[in-house]
Design a protein around this ligand. Structure first.
Ligand code: GLA
Length: 686
């Protein structure tokens, strides 16, 4: 899967954050090193945005300050990820190369003044990036403190300018070979859009009315591939300069997605993720689990948490406090699910510049704060988790029975305009399913279409709107050989060129599912309908319904209310030795959970620790070389009694005869391979 075949093992859990010495006077560097030692920080990410300090004028490099900063770190025993600072070209660069500035879909050429302002396919930008990567690798590639390369920062700027136009056309030539193929795939006979020459094709720039959906999705695929080539070019420079340190680039998990992560992961030694909470309620922990499961899956094993919020959560224009217990719980949550690190943005909160109100491990106020005390406490805890980072000799770092299909195509397809409903988002649907499974105590992997399914019992296919024949065959063969497949609405409606497959929805999967939808019937906002079954509680649905006709499937739930009363809504078919479910409607969150409870019972899949999740205790087993580690993150309200065969590395409590785990707190219990006592968790009895 990845550039390196060995799981990423940095030799310890990495602890720290982004450190930007060029933004501070030298006396602050010295204080930083003291405070890092106090907090037991062992790793920082250096200089993701320091291009202007490293190359203040074209070809004039100033590495002296970085030499000194790295020397200070190394003397203090602190390692570093060295970033290539190419996400933020300096003003001199864009004045010298105005053609390397990105153009928006509306045709506006952006100017410098912020960051990420580059046209990814511009030759002058690409060669400047290669030069920068090369210079850094030649100087620091064998530095003893170098833990890895952090290429660029959060690739993601989409350019619609002349270089993108040119790049898109050659990408399309590679893909379609002939214009006839392309015209057929995009259906350009519609609205007289037939292309008679490759040069007539434009990116999806502002146009009078709706653009072509096939073109829109292909442009997003091209943009991801173009950014990936830029990343691989930098990696080639690092390698040819003789540096063999692990390479990563940090993915983002925001509300937008411009990368196709599986192909990117192939070129990296390890995947890293920047994860910013989008809630200050218990939903935050569900989000931590979701981000971690994605990163571990993309990385095909251990991964790096490169950034998380430090002492605040930025939400809807407000900077809310991140409570100490949440900081500890979430940091352990990432590690439980395979992270080899606990890193923050950023080490010291900026006092100037665009992000002066983003928090830091050292807040503006200084070290005598609850925020910094939490960072020190977290450092102490992480030092107690000595063996956790050791990758298991074989098998996954976290074992999952359930795999959820993830592909950027699904995300991009649901963002094309004029679908039957604009209320459904890919991320919304995937998160709802992941949230429900987590709340039932189930750990999930995400999986690329057509990847190996050997270790899974249940495959979930949510909202994968475009689907090729190979993917459909892969899903079907999993069911035929005894697996359980659950497909949701908006999957398999189109081929990978975004052409609808006629003859009853979802064209690609209706034989497998044993149903045929006669019409798609999105609901008006605010409408809620009820489903009924003999097998489970009533369910509530909103936003989306379909008129489903049964072929070989049976109805599990049917509509109790609304115009489809009596029609099937959730179906189940026997396929070879396995089962295929179809969820044709959008469930409210509590109903989602109730349905998954039923599906898990039907499939015989049990939670990691029976009884933990209903009490608000998230239980995850992280496998390591010599033992398993049971992580318990308690976000419920009631203290619990725990019995488990081993010591809690955080408190030192031996849980083998039972002990208390207070609401809000965490335990990491080392379970030896031959442990006999079973784990039990129940509400605390005083
Ligand atoms: C991203 C970036 C950081 C910083 C944070 C906070 O993850 O990588 O440089 O901007 O967001 O906004």
């Amino acid at each position: 899967m990845k550039g390196s075949t060995r799981p990423f093992d940095p030799g310890r859990l990495l602890y720290g954050g982004d450190w930007n010495p060029d933004q501070w006077p030298r006396e602050v560097w010295l204080e930083d090193i003291d405070l890092m030692q106090e907090a037991r920080v062992n790793t920082v990410t250096v200089c993701p945005f320091s291009w202007a300090s490293l190359e203040p004028a074209e070809g004039r490099y100033e590495f002296g300050w970085l030499d000194d900063a790295l020397e200070l770190l190394t003397r203090a025993g602190i390692g570093f990820f060295l970033a290539t600072p190419t996400a933020s070209p300096p003003p001199w660069f864009t004045l010298a190369h105005p053609d390397a500035l990105p153009v928006t879909a509306d045709g506006v050429r952006l100017r410098h003044g912020s960051r990420d302002t580059y046209a990814i396919a511009a030759p002058s930008y690409r060669s400047a990036c290669r030069r920068m990567a090369r210079s850094l690798a030649e100087r620091y590639g064998l530095h003893p403190g170098l833990r890895g390369w952090h290429v660029h920062n959060e690739y993601g700027t989409i350019d619609y300018g002349p270089y993108a136009e040119r790049g898109f056309r050659s990408w399309l030539k590679q893909k379609y070979a002939t214009l006839d193929e392309l015209n057929a795939a995009w259906g350009t006979a519609f609205w007289s859009q037939r292309y008679g020459s490759w040069d007539e094709i434009l990116p999806p720039v502002a146009t009078q009315y709706l653009p072509n959906p096939g073109l829109v999705v292909d442009f997003r695929r091209y943009s991801s591939d173009e950014m990936r080539s830029a990343c691989l070019e930098q990696i080639a420079q690092l390698r040819s300069a003789g540096s063999h340190a692990p390479v990563t680039t940090n993915f983002m998990l925001p509300d937008w997605n411009n990368l196709e992560q599986w192909s990117w992961a192939d070129g990296l030694d390890v995947v890293s993720l920047d994860h910013y909470l989008d809630s200050a309620t218990a939903e935050a922990e569900a989000h931590v689990a979701y981000g971690s499961d994605l990163a571990r899956s993309w990385s095909n094993g251990p991964w790096i948490l490169m950034e998380q919020n430090a002492t605040q959560i930025k939400l809807d224009g407000r900077a809310l406090p991140k409570e100490p217990e949440r900081t500890i719980r979430d940091s352990l949550g990432y590690i439980a699910r395979g992270s080899q690190s606990c890193m923050f943005f950023q080490w010291r909160a900026s006092t100037a510049g665009a992000e002066q109100w983003h928090s830091g491990m050292v807040p503006h106020v200084g070290k005598d704060t609850e925020g910094f005390r939490t960072i020190v406490h977290l450092g102490e805890i992480l030092e107690r988790l000595e063996e956790v980072h050791l990758p298991p000799a074989d098998g996954p770092v976290v074992k999952a029975d359930v795999a959820i299909v993830w592909h950027a195509d699904g995300w991009w397809a649901l963002e094309t305009p004029d679908l039957p409903s604009s209320d459904i988002t890919y991320r919304g649907e995937l998160r709802a399913i992941h949230r429900a499974l987590r709340a039932l105590g189930i750990v999930t992997d995400f999986i690329a279409p057509c990847a190996c399914l050997e270790s899974y019992r249940l495959l979930v296919v949510p909202c994968l709107y475009p689907m090729d024949e190979r993917t459909a065959a892969w899903i079907e063969s999993f069911a035929r050989s005894g697996g359980t497949v659950v497909v949701t609405y908006l999957s398999g409606l189109a081929d990978s060129a975004m052409r609808i497959l006629p003859g009853g929805y979802p064209g690609r999967l209706r034989d497998l599912l044993g149903i045929s939808s006669q019409s798609l019937r999105p609901l008006q906002p605010g409408t809620q309908l009820i489903l009924r079954s003999e097998l489970g509680p009533d369910l509530e649905v909103t936003d989306w319904t379909e008129h489903v006709r049964l072929n070989t499937a049976q109805a599990v739930y049917s509509f109790l209310t609304g115009p489809l009363t009596g029609s099937p809504a959730i179906t189940r078919a026997t396929v070879g030795a396995g089962t295929a479910w179809y969820i044709s409607t959008h469930l409210t969150q509590s109903s989602e959970q109730a349905l998954w409870n039923l599906i898990l019972r039907d499939t015989g899949i049990d939670p990691t620790i029976v009884g933990a999740a209903p009490l608000g205790v998230e239980a995850v087993v992280r496998r390591s070389r010599d033992a398993d580690f049971l992580f318990l993150m308690h976000d419920g309200d009631v203290d619990v009694d725990v019995t488990a065969p081993g010591p809690d590395l955080i408190s030192g409590n031996d849980y083998s005869k039972g002990g208390l785990l207070a609401a809000g707190s965490c335990a990491v219990i080392r379970i030896a391979p031959d442990a006999a006592t079973a784990v039990s968790i129940s509400a605390h009895k005083p």
